[in-house]
Design a protein around this ligand. Structure first.
Ligand SMILES: *[C@@H]1O[C@H](CO)[C@@H](O)[C@H](O)[C@H]1NC(C)=O
Ligand SMILES: *[C@@H]1O[C@H](CO)[C@@H](O)[C@H](O)[C@H]1NC(C)=O
Ligand SMILES: CC(=O)N[C@H]1CO[C@H](CO)[C@@H](O)[C@@H]1O
Length: 475
């Protein structure tokens, strides 16, 4: 149900007491990305000038948001993770200056694309001392003119690090991999973070991906969020589901969308182990509610951890997106990264992202532009809230389903072709298969599919491919 939480609260008079309770906190977040285009393109590591260029393409091709890497000053080094070691709140990073950031936000806004920026409230740097990319020097617990040692947590565990991942106190008061852990309950730290966040709001961002959100108490985040100059922005919280005790993803749904990491694991297992039929009941698993979940096939951590990625064989990355962008669960993010050999590898071409029309270039993968993925973004936008319909399956690796009478998708993750008569629920006629091509005037650059009596009769889908048709690409 992609509509903003605020909007639905105001629209539903019977919920006015809830609205009052929420505004008493002053924390009213967008539920799911707002507006009519919900899909987020995560242009991992792209610098501001290159995102500014790419936004025109994103806007034209149905993406509503672009998620970008952190904007703050960070430690030096080419590795991507240096970005997550905060040195100061200057908007100066390997991706560019404050002026370039502002220019990007404006360009994206012009293209109808909101910028969601990765923000770090949990910690500063993890190394003992150094100088950041904007020239600020620091030691582990001393950041001149920003923080002194009183502004950090010392949790009493060896190395000051999290030892027990089931312990809420440790998760939120110890260090995550030596990253100096901010005392987010203190008013000075909160004010500093509020000022930093307000700066990004002034620069025009549409929302935030809150890094290491699990390691910052919800109460502390509410205290920060309620004082921000703009309410109702979109938040997606990184709360890795670990099972067991400690902090769970459900604890964070009062402050925004939460990233449903079980989804990422299920995508990997379903597509790698030859059992995509198990995806049928996904929306009824009791995971985060659909309008509170942010879902993706991969993110920057997972693609380096043996989950699905551009390296997956047999088109699995594309097939998993055919599922993710057609099955009604969560707000989807399409992760778009670059080629890497080593997990630490930073981005190519000085972080300036480039693509060919439907593929990557110069080491960038540009998954967001792949014909199949871009086609499925259009499918997602067209089917809207239409219900899941006409589910059918062959063997465990072959599924097909519709979305009302607006769209129909067939996913064959097996080696062999899958042939049968599919009931589509769609009006008769010729459709362009948006997994393999795009409608262009009266023709299709990919396969053409003909529906007769609502069916695809004796239709065969080759192995390792999908077919997706919708009324927006009828010929
Ligand atoms: C870890 O923390 C949990 C929750 O506080 C506790 O029940 C458990 O005993 C702890 N485990 C160890 C090994 O200390
Ligand atoms: C936060 O910003 C306000 C207004 O610009 C300023 O007066 C205050 O000193 C700042 N506080 C901190 C801790 O940065
Ligand atoms: C056979 C069957 O279940 N057909 C359904 C396919 O989906 C459409 C749209 O929801 C329904 O109207 C059909 O009854």
């Amino acid at each position: 149900m992609p509509s903003t939480f605020l909007h639905s609260l105001l629209a539903a008079a019977s919920f006015s007491s809830v609205a009052l309770a929420a505004s008493a906190y002053g924390v009213i977040q967008a539920r799911s990305t707002p507006g009519s285009k919900h899909v987020i393109a995560n242009l991992f590591q792209w610098n501001w000038d290159s995102v500014a260029n790419e936004c025109a393409w994103l806007g034209k091709n149905g993406y509503g948001f672009v998620q970008v890497s952190p904007a703050n000053e960070h430690i030096q080094g080419s590795q991507w993770w240096t970005d997550y070691q905060v040195v100061s709140y200057k908007i100066q990073s390997k991706r560019g200056s404050e002026a370039q950031f502002k220019n990007m936000v404006n360009a994206c806004q012009t293209a109808g694309v909101g910028v969601i920026v990765d923000i770090i409230w949990n910690h500063m740097a993890g190394i003992d001392s150094g100088t950041g990319v904007a020239g600020s020097s620091f030691t582990h617990y001393n950041y001149p003119n920003i923080y002194t040692q009183d502004d950090f947590h010392y949790c009493g565990q060896p190395g000051n690090d999290i030892q027990n991942w089931s312990d809420t106190f440790q998760l939120q008061n110890c260090e995550l991999a030596n990253l100096a852990d901010l005392k987010t309950e203190s008013s000075k730290v909160r004010t500093t973070l509020i000022n930093h966040t307000n700066k990004l709001i002034d620069l025009g961002v549409a929302g935030f991906r809150v890094d290491a959100s699990k390691h910052v108490a919800v109460a502390d985040q509410k205290a920060i969020m309620s004082k921000l100059k703009k309410q109702g922005l979109y938040y997606t919280h990184e709360v890795v589901y670990e099972g067991g005790g400690g902090v769970t993803s459900y604890d964070y749904t009062s402050i925004g969308d939460v990233q449903e990491f079980r989804y990422v694991t299920l995508m990997r297992d379903a597509f790698n182990n030859g059992n995509i039929a198990q995806l049928q009941g996904l929306k009824d698993k009791g995971w985060l509610a659909s309008n509170k979940a942010n879902v993706f096939v991969a993110n920057h951590d997972r693609e380096r951890g043996g989950y699905l990625s551009y390296k997956s064989p047999s088109n699995r990355y594309a097939l998993a997106h055919a599922f993710s962008l057609s099955y009604p669960y969560g707000t989807p993010t399409v992760f778009s990264g670059y080629s890497f050999n080593n997990n630490d590898d930073g981005a190519p071409t000085g972080n300036y992202g480039t693509c060919n029309s439907n593929s990557g270039a110069n080491g960038w993968q540009c998954q967001h532009r792949w014909t199949s993925i871009a086609g499925m973004v259009a499918f997602y936008n067209k089917v809207g809230t239409a219900a899941l319909a006409n589910w059918t399956q062959g063997n465990n690796n072959q599924i097909a389903y519709g979305r009302g009478n607006v769209g129909y998708v067939i996913i064959n993750n097996g080696d062999a072709a899958w042939a049968k008569t599919f009931t589509t629920g769609l009006a008769d006629g010729k459709y362009c298969d948006v997994y393999s091509g795009k409608k262009s005037g009266t023709t299709c650059t990919g396969k053409t599919v003909t529906v007769k009596s609502g069916k695809l009769t004796g239709y065969s889908v080759p192995g390792h491919t999908a077919v997706a048709i919708h009324t927006g690409a009828k010929l």
